[in-house]
Design a protein around this ligand. Structure first.
Ligand code: SF4
Length: 389
């Protein structure tokens, strides 16, 4: 039976660990790269083929990390060819697809050149996502990034030269020592490059990161709350004025360039995660692959398996997750979709929460469903709390 589903592939390697990052990624483990790609290809060949047999070609493939673009050319080529074969993806020069697959690869602007991007393009990748974070060289250094602002600008030129017509860039605001004027300068630079899609996040201090340790020692100087709020307001007004519609709390796109892969996460679409620490959502349950790279490689080699089911999802947890994820999007919770999924009307579960948030001006409602207002997006956590059962 053909159905919509996605594939996520995790590449856990980075050149250097950024000071704010708590993603499952490591630096200095190049010795595992070859064994890791071998294991990935085996997992794709077995699991990818299994789900392709069940559900047909995936609608989206997303290679993230980590930094996929640190993989050496040959290993990336091997990986892409395996994906092409297992999922029957056409090459850039091949025939038109009946059902186009959105295939994204995350890249660090400091790790790519034209030959590398051309390889990606020629082997079926049709969307790039660049981790830019800021164009300010001093800030980039202060947050542990390996690239410069000039490399980030050049990355866009290289992407266009390689043939990419769908490029996303990420920014982070609220960085140590950042002012509102610096953020506005970043936003202006970014829109001048004309990416089709922009993701923008406020800096979060995550446990176990270098920044969290610096904060404990009193060595991190972050913008105060008022400045961060002013930055948020600047970003949410600037991007729509420049042709980027906000379609999710942290994501903006030109018309027709919303990330289909991310939208599917927020719309309860199943996905298969491949690689160490990759998450899957299959048949209503969540799974996580083993996190350590050697354990992952060994698990695939020996055939002992790498995927473990996370705590079984109760119906209540499934409802909460459904609500949180849908509320992140501009479309919000679709009443019909909720009822189809859970067999009860949305109001039977959430009438009180909806009424309260509407009174507070955080939620808007129409016949199709409920969605966060501008204010609700700004104070998302307050709204999400009301949807806890
Ligand atoms: S490049 Fe990305 S995944 Fe790697 S350490 Fe930096 S933020 Fe984390």
């Amino acid at each position: 039976m053909e159905r919509q589903w996605g594939v996520y592939i995790h590449i856990p390697f980075c050149r250097q660990k950024c000071f704010y990052c708590d993603f499952p990624s490591v630096a200095g483990r190049e010795r595992y790269e070859s064994g890791y790609i071998d294991a990935l290809c085996r997992e794709i060949t077995v699991q990818g083929a299994l789900y392709r047999g069940k559900w047909g070609t995936p609608a989206t493939i997303y290679m993230g990390g980590g930094t996929p673009s640190v993989l050496p050319f040959q290993l990336m080529e091997t990986l892409l060819k395996t994906l092409q074969e297992v999922f029957a993806l056409p090459t850039a020069s091949g025939e038109r697809q009946k059902k186009p697959v959105e295939f994204t690869v995350e890249c660090n602007p400091g790790t790519i050149d034209l030959a590398y991007l051309t390889l990606l393009h020629d082997l079926g990748v049709n969307r790039l996502s660049f981790g830019v974070q800021t164009f300010d060289d001093a800030l980039l250094k202060r947050i542990g990034r390996i690239h410069t602002g000039a490399q980030a600008r050049e990355a866009m030129e290289l992407a266009r030269a390689a043939g990419f017509r769908n490029v996303s860039m990420d920014l982070i605001y609220g960085l140590p020592g950042e002012t509102q004027a610096m953020l506005v300068h970043d936003l202006e630079t970014m829109v001048s490059l004309q990416p089709e899609h922009i993701s923008i996040y406020g800096l979060q201090l995550e446990e176990g990161t270098a920044f969290a340790r610096m904060q404990e020692m009193g060595k991190l100087s972050l913008p105060d709350d008022d400045t961060v709020e002013a930055m948020y307001d600047a970003m949410t007004s600037f991007l729509p004025q420049h042709g980027y519609a906000r379609y999710e709390i942290s994501n903006f796109a030109k018309p027709g360039y919303e990330s289909r892969h991310n939208l599917s996460y927020w719309r309860d679409v199943p996905y298969l995660g491949i690689g160490a620490a990759a998450h899957s959502y299959l048949e209503g349950q969540r799974y996580e692959n083993v996190r350590e790279i050697p354990a992952y490689i060994e698990g695939i080699r020996s055939g002992s398996g790498v995927r473990r089911q996370e705590e079984a999802m109760t119906r209540e947890i499934a409802m909460e997750e459904f609500a949180f994820l849908a509320l992140r999007t501009a479309r919000g919770i679709d009443r019909r979709h909720f009822e189809q999924r859970f067999g009860v009307p949305l109001d039977a579960i959430y009438a009180d929460a909806i009424a309260k948030l509407k009174r507070q001006g955080l939620l808007a409602e129409d016949a199709a469903g409920v969605r966060l207002t501008e204010l609700g997006m700004k104070y998302g956590n307050v709204a999400f709390e009301e949807f806890l059962l």
